[in-house]
Design a binder for this molecule. Structure first.
Ligand SMILES: C[S@@+](CC[C@H](N)C(=O)[O-])C[C@H]1O[C@@H](n2cnc3c(N)ncnc32)[C@H](O)[C@@H]1O
Length: 337
């Protein structure tokens, strides 16, 4: 990152040229500054602004863009809930801001693999953690599974609390995280039922506050994760599932700071010849409990490995049954009010 002395150098070079009022001197200062800034990463928005100055014809326009670049260099405040500085939008080409997410490949790395049924692609928590938390914040995932959120959050220098009903899966997540050097003072992986687990068990001696919650519950009984009746995938009906989801939301949501975000990742289901809008029903649970809806993101969904291998059969079934096979799921973004 650029240091204060470098900022001052660019500022002085540009300001002196502006004071001269000579368009050639200004142009020269702009070009020198662009060249100088190329050695620093993360100054994309400043360089972009200077490029605009370079291409402008009038002294006024050149001066305008130079001044804008100087204020960008001095660093505008980041958002209260994330490290993003909106005016540096040029530097965030990786960050999604549109509501349709087509993710072609499951991003592979030393941590992530698709061996646990129902885990999500790391790009999902990556996007959410980057946009809705700051370095050092606590991220809570009450349906941890194999720990995708934990791995991503730790890499992005956040703290993580993960709750997973199955002790076996929680242990696997822990050992996987430690095998890639990720379990440290910044992680608490606990086993328990997120709908009733106590604050003491969740936080131990940590402060009882979280800055972001990411929830990826079972999509009712589409995948049965265990035989445990406390498992949401064993809810006996849709209404029962929604009640259980509400219990979890209330039990862990009370620790989320006001003004902070909750992301819910869920898909719909099809049963008894009927499309069940599980996603929207679950969304309503959050709306009934003090959350404001900020976005509905639709993400493509590749289905299970078994389903992919039977594409022709699914095509036949869809044509015969008068429906469409699922190719999407939802990411609901809420703000606690
Ligand atoms: C869809 S998976 C989450 C996968 C996770 N996002 C990942 O990438 O590995 C849902 C998880 O919730 C767990 N679960 C179900 N009911 C639970 C409950 N009452 N409390 C805590 N975890 C629960 C299941 O065991 C399962 O691992």
């Amino acid at each position: 990152m650029i240091r204060e002395s470098n900022v001052l150098w660019v500022e002085q070079t540009l300001n002196e040229s502006i004071a001269s009022g000579n368009v050639k001197i200004i142009q020269n200062a702009i070009e020198t500054s662009i060249e100088y800034l190329k050695d620093f990463t993360g100054e994309g928005a400043v360089v972009y602004c200077l490029e605009k100055a370079k291409k402008s014809y009038s002294t006024e326009r050149k001066t305008h863009y130079c001044k804008r670049a100087i204020s960008l260099l001095h660093g505008e405040e980041s958002l209260p809930y994330s490290d993003i500085v909106p005016s540096r939008w040029m530097d965030y080409s990786e960050i999604k801001t549109e509501s349709l997410w087509i993710m072609k490949d499951r991003k592979r790395d030393d941590f992530h693999d698709a061996s646990y049924w129902g885990n999500f692609v790391p790009q999902i928590p990556e996007q959410i953690v980057t946009r809705f938390s700051k370095e050092g914040d606590v991220v809570l995932d009450p349906f941890l599974g194999m720990g995708t959120t934990a791995a991503v959050a730790l890499r992005l220098k956040r703290k993580i609390i993960g709750i997973e009903l199955s002790n076996d899966i929680a242990e696997k997540a822990k050992s996987k995280l430690s095998s890639v050097g990720l379990v440290n003072d910044s992680a608490r992986i606990v086993s328990g039922d997120s709908s009733i687990i106590s604050g003491e068990e969740i936080f131990g001696d940590w402060k009882r506050e979280v800055e972001l919650i990411i929830m990826h519950p079972p999509y009712h009984d589409i995948i049965k994760f265990s035989r445990n009746p406390q498992d949401l995938s064993n809810a006996i009906s849709i209404d029962h599932f929604l009640e259980r989801l509400e219990d979890v939301l209330i039990n862990v949501g009370k620790y989320l700071l006001k003004g902070r975000f909750l992301a819910l990742v869920i898909g719909d289901k099809y049963a008894d010849s009927e499309w069940i809008p599980l996603g929207f029903k679950s969304m309503q649970v959050a709306l009934n409990n003090g959350y404001k809806l900020k976005s509905i993101i639709v993400k493509n969904y590749e289905g299970t490995r078994g389903k992919r291998m039977q594409e022709n059969l699914w095509k036949y079934r869809a044509l015969k049954g008068g429906y469409y096979t699922f190719r999407h799921e939802y990411i609901f973004i809420f703000k606690k009010v």
